[in-house]
Design a protein around this ligand. Structure first.
Ligand SMILES: O=C(O)CCC(=O)C(=O)O
Length: 281
């Protein structure tokens, strides 16, 4: 069990609930983040044991489409924790659960899924603005996504872009294909409005290994391209749910095999579908 280097301050907790996103600097041991590199690199190379094809936004191959002149690739996948012990430890016994439980002000915390998200040097693709909630088979307010870079990440290499305060908008968005604004077939909700990444409401933080962002599942966010010719943008994202989460089965959404037994309206329970990660059982 790894202790966080520090817990979120009261100001950081307030920022999370006010802005729908908070930057936690120097909260993870950089060595524990660096230890993810073999898993992340294997996922990028395409021989990961996790399900690269299930990531809704990345399409059937787990790849972003590459445009003419692209030298880079955007590759991702979800649910590596099910098959990769390094990813499982990071999602369940690293410092993340303590940090997120404090931010969400929840007594119990459950793992929903993990994701590996890599933009190699020269990747032109943006991650289109979206919210995470419509990709989840849950509803509630205590829902958060962590994003933990393995590399120094700047706006030029694909930092995330967050629309501050958008988690408070009374709007239900339709999930898109992540690298295009096209909606996921069969799903419901409004199309995400066009957002100017240079708008002052958009936060686009530079981060280093050991830093992370935590955003609310209703926060509109995306990411820029990786314009560097040499610098990788490798990240691991882990999504968690707190006490007020209830199962909500959304039409059209692909269901991961280990989520097939989730029952509409039920609270989350410790088990293979959504392991309890805080307090540590
Ligand atoms: O890494 C990216 O480009 C997008 C990540 C993201 O949207 C998420 O983890 O919720």
């Amino acid at each position: 069990m790894e202790q966080p280097l520090r817990l979120p301050t009261d100001d950081e907790i307030e920022t999370f609930w006010r802005d729908g996103v908070v930057v936690l600097r120097d909260a993870l041991d950089p060595a524990s983040v660096a230890a993810l590199a073999p898993s992340v690199d294997a996922a990028f190379a395409g021989d990961a044991t996790g399900d690269l094809t299930a990531m809704a936004g990345a399409g059937a191959t787990g790849d972003g489409a590459t445009g003419a002149g692209d030298t880079g690739r955007f590759r991702g996948g979800i649910d590596h924790w099910l098959v990769d012990p390094v990813m499982r430890d990071f999602a369940t016994t690293s410092a993340l659960p303590a940090l997120v439980a404090a931010l969400l002000r929840t007594e119990h915390l459950f793992l929903y899924e993990d994701s590996i998200l890599v933009k190699s040097p020269g990747t032109r693709e943006e991650t289109k603005f979206h919210t995470d909630l419509p990709y989840f088979q849950v509803e509630g307010t205590q829902l958060a996504t962590t994003w933990c870079p393995l590399d120094e990440v700047t706006p030029d290499t694909g930092s995330l872009r967050f629309v501050r305060g958008s988690h408070l908008w009374d709007r239900e968005f339709r999930p898109n294909l992540f690298v295009t604004d096209d909606p996921l077939p069969g799903t419901e909700g409004e199309v995400v409005p066009s957002i100017d990444p240079d708008d002052p409401s958009v936060l686009c933080p530079s981060l280093g290994p050991g830093d992370l962002t935590v955003h609310h599942a209703r926060t509109v966010h995306g990411a820029g391209p990786n314009t560097s010719a040499t610098t990788w943008r490798r990240a691991v994202s882990v999504r968690y749910c707190g006490d007020d989460a209830r199962v909500h089965l959304r039409p059209g959404l692909p269901v991961s095999a280990h989520h097939r037994d989730l029952v509409e309206g039920e609270p989350l329970h410790d088990g293979t579908a959504t392991p309890q990660v805080w307090p540590r059982p």
